[in-house]
Design a protein around this ligand. Structure first.
Ligand SMILES: [Zn+2]
Length: 258
């Protein structure tokens, strides 16, 4: 399902999506929505389509894994230059620079210092699927079997073409090398709803976050002002991630589809 606009974007000040209270009612009570503890791997490769996906999706689990001694790497496929295509305040080149710096700052908060940005065009990953696959396969590496490696990537049914391309490629690349992979949702929280029959909820695991992980995640998200704040008074500069969108990513748990 694709529910993006012509630029492949969601959100914005005018589009608040599914209210966070619906997700909270469905999943915040551990008695109704059982948790499974996250088992930190020796090596974690977190793949994202845009600079912020990985923090929104699994920032808390990254924090937890790093604390447990996991060697964590983030691979971001696109440069993020497409978040404000009609802006007269920032150019796409400036956005690409800004978003790279923001991602680095966010990962520093989470204790992750190994970051690779492939710099592919934001909004243009689907036509580059074979390139995306090669980059992810190279990042997984042929020696990954020597360590317990886990790949985390956007969901293949997230509704955003870039996310879905990266999710599919990660599944394929991890499968070819015998590496474990799981998928985190981003925009699913925006357009889907509890009980949505199109979503394989039975394959979803909820991992609790410690208060410290949630705190770090919140602080990491604050490192993305180009996405969370109004860049100017112009409509084209409205935040991509307004508070109503962020609230859905600041639950005391994170979800992975297996
Ligand atoms: Zn994204």
């Amino acid at each position: 399902m694709t529910v993006t606009d012509s630029q492949g974007r969601f959100g914005g000040a005018d589009d608040h999506g599914t209210p966070v209270r619906l997700w909270a009612d469905a999943f915040d009570d551990p008695d109704r929505a059982p948790r499974s503890p996250f088992d930190p791997p020796e090596r974690l490769l977190v793949v994202g389509a845009h600079p912020d996906d990985e923090v929104l999706g699994v920032g808390g689990l990254m924090s937890q894994a790093v604390d447990a001694g996991t060697a964590a790497t983030v691979l971001c496929l696109s440069d993020g230059r497409g978040s404000h295509p009609d802006s007269t305040t920032v150019t796409p080149d400036q956005l690409a620079d800004i978003r790279l710096r923001e991602l680095r700052a966010a990962l520093t908060v989470l204790g992750v210092d190994d970051m690779v940005c492939a710099g592919l065009p934001d909004g243009g990953l689907t036509p580059l699927e074979s390139t995306v696959h090669e980059i992810i396969a190279a990042a997984i590496g042929s020696d990954s079997g020597a360590q317990h490696t886990l790949v985390l990537a956007p969901s293949g049914f997230d509704g955003h073409p870039d996310h879905e391309t990266v999710g599919r490629c990660a599944t394929r690349a991890a499968g070819a090398s015998g590496t474990s992979v799981a998928h985190y949702p981003i925009w699913l929280w925006h357009w889907s709803f509890p009980g949505d029959p199109d979503i394989p909820w039975s394959t979803m695991r909820l991992h609790p976050l410690r208060p410290a992980d949630l705190r770090r995640k919140r602080e990491a998200i604050a490192q993305f002002p180009s996405q969370t704040r109004q860049l100017s008074d112009a409509r084209a500069d409205r935040p991509v991630l307004p508070p109503a969108v962020l609230a859905r990513h600041l639950r005391p748990w994170e979800a992975l589809f297996g």
